[in-house]
Design a protein around this ligand. Structure first.
Ligand code: ADP
Length: 555
């Protein structure tokens, strides 16, 4: 029998649950938790802003199929994590945020950093709860971790009032739960698998769409077997990229518009028909296509377009069922005119950007910079893309070769994730090259945290695409010098990196890009390649005027 503090219980519980890393900005009252984690041998990555800590934690989750943990100080320290919590929720990524909060005995007295933390966080996450006793801390951490990954993953929040951290109890009074198990992987109803294959068999213009729910599920092997056996053309969502090989003959991502518009049957796996997929509706989809939908969340089935068949289950398991069912019920599309047309369109689209990829002009445009990066980066690189045009155009130019190797501003359009996501990427994959492509606008949000990369010796390479304005598709022309859409031109972000002890490169000319990348990666340090580009650079003009006009975001 011995006294044990709440902070010690948190540390022990995290270790017992297999957590090996936390992201944090130390502060009151969570200091003893942070220090305790470091002493207990957990990796403690301390950043410059709580938002970055929570963003890094959620990327850590996605890369590792586990629950990333962020520890935040009380009041505004914790509310600084709210944008990141919202982003994890919208992306369906798990994460545990542990927030300290004001002393219970001083509540409603105007205590230091007293805020309605649980109330403000609850609408943005799966579960938010304040510990009411020290004894239950291990149980609450266990509940939090289980809820984060159960079904559709999402963020959870555990609030620890100051007394729950500094106070102590007799250890014999503490409940110790068994560590949270792996999340369940439910199978779909067997008769619906048969039905799905029947529907697919009737298709003349089938299309498989793969999203990051499939990547989270690690469904890549089953998806590849399904594609190889059925010869179904596929495309991926931005972060679903790499779940299937980009050089696969069935990949029609480069003919995305034609594929979406023309498909008469869509097999949607771990992706939503939200704005990224134009709500699954006309004019970007056919009026009456048949939808076969695979999702872990039964509430998602039929959202925005009726599902002919809803396969509720884990993508890896369900696609395994589909592959097995092909033995008795083979479906094989082969070289159809539909596939031929898509491939033709894909190569036309590829050819249409060739001149921009090779343009030897100054000031630089997006395509040439991205082409140099594409040609330099090895296939096992982790690509973080953040911003508007930088992110979008990188999707067209840079293939993703493996699952979960591209993360970006995602469904929430959460510009600013680039720096923290890159930090998590390098923590998880110390031996893989990590490159972060960011517009200067996007870099501004969490740019200070490049110092964290230097401090923790994380040799990430940032490429800042500096056009010195909010992207053209957002901005409007405002007469006069104080255009609110413009930033100071040619800012020396490279010198900022050098000031922190990292490696900086300043680039203006096409032939400077590659050597700058080589020096940046070979420096072995956190590095920043500052590329000055055309303030008016934009993406390839859209084929149809209505494609650019439809909806607030041009989608
Ligand atoms: P993307 O942005 O890649 O299009 P979304 O975030 O829109 O993807 O959708 C991901 C979908 O994947 C969500 O509807 C979520 O419920 C689903 N999902 C999450 N985990 C799994 C899983 N293990 N198996 C199947 N679907 C999953």
């Amino acid at each position: 029998m011995a006294e044990i503090t709440g902070a010690e219980l948190v540390v022990e519980a995290l270790k017992r649950e297999g957590i090996d890393t936390i992201y944090t900005l130390p502060g009151d009252p969570v200091g003893p938790i942070v220090n305790g984690c470091a002493e207990a041998g957990l990796r403690v990555i301390s950043v410059r802003h709580e938002q970055a800590a929570a963003m890094a934690a959620q990327a850590h989750s996605y890369f590792t199929r586990s629950v990333g943990v962020c520890v935040a100080a009380s009041g505004v320290g914790q509310t600084n994590t709210l944008t990141a919590i919202a982003n994890a929720q919208v992306n369906c990524w798990p994460m545990l945020v542990i927030g300290g909060s004001a002393e219970l005995r001083r509540r409603n007295m105007g205590d230091f950093q007293e805020l309605a933390q649980v109330e403000s966080t609850a609408p943005l996450c799966k579960w938010a709860y304040a510990a009411e006793s020290i004894q239950r801390i291990p149980t609450l951490i266990n509940i939090a971790l289980r809820r984060a990954v159960a079904g559709r993953p999402g963020p959870v929040y555990l609030d620890l009032p100051a007394e729950m951290i500094s106070g102590s109890v007799d250890d014999s009074e503490v409940e110790i739960p068994a560590p949270a198990p792996e999340p369940a992987r439910p199978l779909a109803e067997p008769d619906k698998i048969e039905k799905a294959l029947e529907v697919l068999k009737e298709a003349e213009r089938p299309l498989l769409i793969v999203g990051k729910g499939a990547s989270w599920s690690w469904a890549e092997d089953e998806l590849l077997q399904f594609v190889e056996r059925t010869q179904i053309p596929f495309l991926t969502s931005p972060m679903g990229a790499g779940t299937l090989p980009p050089d696969h003959p069935m990949n029609v991502s480069a003919a995305r518009t034609q594929a979406l518009q023309g498909a008469d049957t869509v097999l949607l796996v771990g992706a939503r028909l939200n704005w990224i997929f134009h709500f699954g509706q006309t004019p970007r989809f056919a009026e009456d296509y048949k939808l076969i939908q695979v999702d872990i969340d039964d509430e998602e089935i039929g959202t925005n377009h009726p599902a002919e068949v809803g396969l509720v289950g884990d993508a890896k398991m369900v696609m395994g069922q589909m592959v097995d069912a092909l033995d008795d019920n083979p479906v094989e599309f082969g070289e159809t005119p539909w596939l031929g047309g898509l491939k033709e369109k894909a190569s036309e689209n590829g050819a249409s950007i060739e001149p921009m990829l090779n343009a030897d002009i100054m000031p630089l445009g997006y395509y040439r910079i991205l082409k140099e990066i594409r040609d330099y980066m090895p296939k096992d690189s982790i690509l973080v893309a953040d911003g508007a045009s930088t992110m979008d155009i990188s999707r067209q130019v840079i293939p993703v070769w493996n699952p979960r190797q591209r993360v970006d501003a995602g469904v929430a359009g959460c510009v600013g994730v680039g720096v923290p996501f890159s930090i998590a990427a390098k923590v998880v994959y110390p031996d893989k090259p990590v490159i972060c492509l960011q517009g200067d606008w996007a870099f501004g949000f969490n740019g200070m945290d490049i110092e964290t990369a230097v401090r923790f010796k994380l040799p990430i390479v940032w490429v800042v695409f500096q056009n010195a304005n909010i992207d053209k598709w957002v901005r409007e022309y405002v007469d006069g010098e104080d255009n609110p859409n413009d930033f100071t031109p040619a800012m020396r972000f490279d010198l900022m990196m050098e000031a922190f002890g990292g490696h900086g490169e300043y680039v203006e000319k096409p032939d400077e890009i590659r050597p700058a990348l080589e020096r940046a990666f070979n420096s072995g340090k956190a590095a920043l390649v500052n590329v000055i580009m055309d303030p008016g650079a934009s993406r390839r003009p859209q084929q149809f005027a209505w494609l650019a006009r439809e909806g607030r975001m041009g989608y």
